[in-house]
Design a protein around this ligand. Sequence first.
Ligand code: AMP
Ligand code: TRP
Length: 341
Amino acid sequence: MTGPAFTPRVFSGIQPSGGLTLGNYLGALKRFVEMQNDASHECVFCLVDLHAITVWQDPKALAQQTREAAAGFMAAGIDPAQSILFNQSQVAAHAELAWLFNCVARMGWMGRMTQWKDKSGKNTENASLGLFAYPALMAADILAYHATHVPVGEDQKQHLELTRDIATKFNHDFGVDFFPITEPVIDGPATRVMSLRDGTKKMSKSDPSDMSRINLSDDADTIAQKFRKARTDPEPLPETYGDLKDRPEARNLIDIYAALTGKSTDTVMSDVAGQGWGQFKPHLAEVAAETMAPITDEMNRLLGDPGEIDRILGEGSAKAREISEPIVARTRDIMGMISSG
Ligand code: AMP
Ligand code: TRP
């Protein structure tokens, strides 16, 4: 539904609120790299530090986590010469457009967001105002670039619908066709990688238990230990993927294996049917360690030169400003604000 006036452009973001996880890698990063390498898309990737501070972040840790995420992106294959890679707070257009969108979006829309309900919990009175307004900032991230395609994991679907609602309402209220109606790109076997401790919760960098996730920074021994201890049921692996319907932990490990190997879940099931966990888990750990090791090594090498990472983010921010500033200036203009020139 994107109008013909909009050139294809990919935008996505990751919060530097902790180290990157296997969920981020399979659900987001791996697909970012595929989209970058498909020459028909210009790609903009953002470390969304303004989103991260909607919950408390220790300043020193935030800077380090932002560099680590940048290094993770590059280690996974994002090339800053080909794609724009930057951190959100260096480009003021995001915060500015978010304010304008705060005045377009409705309280009721925000109040319905499941992430808001989950993260604010029982104590909404004490949650930050930023946490409530979070989806308007996310819409600003995307629409400040007139992005047409947004690759994300399943958990971001509702926020992307809200981005479409904001664009639609803005276009309607001001009688323009200015913002594109963005397409979510949510596909592949790993759009929702689950916790290794609880198959009903997503794998998250903010889970208090480190055993619940594989981090991009984990070494092979740690990966093996985490998969060995991953919660499962006592049954062996069945014949078909459909038989895993009521076995969330088992299905999660199969999904991870399929995503890592690039095999379909049907092929995986025909390979592993009948195996017990004692056989399958070490094999999964080996495949995961083999895939992750070159990325982890490269990430650590890049982190040895933090000045170079900061330089790359600065350069990316300058390129990001070139695209987003005129779009936000035009937005102000549409809304009736007088500018100096
Ligand atoms: P976040 O870490 O919440 O900033 O998420 C960054 C990106 O990774 C988003 O596109 C998420 O949808 C995706 N993502 C995060 N956790 C997972 C997960 N467990 N499975 C799949 N995708 C995920
Ligand atoms: N909210 C996303 C998450 O937590 C991160 C994000 C912020 C994002 N801005 C974005 C993702 C814009 C895609 C596009 O995962």
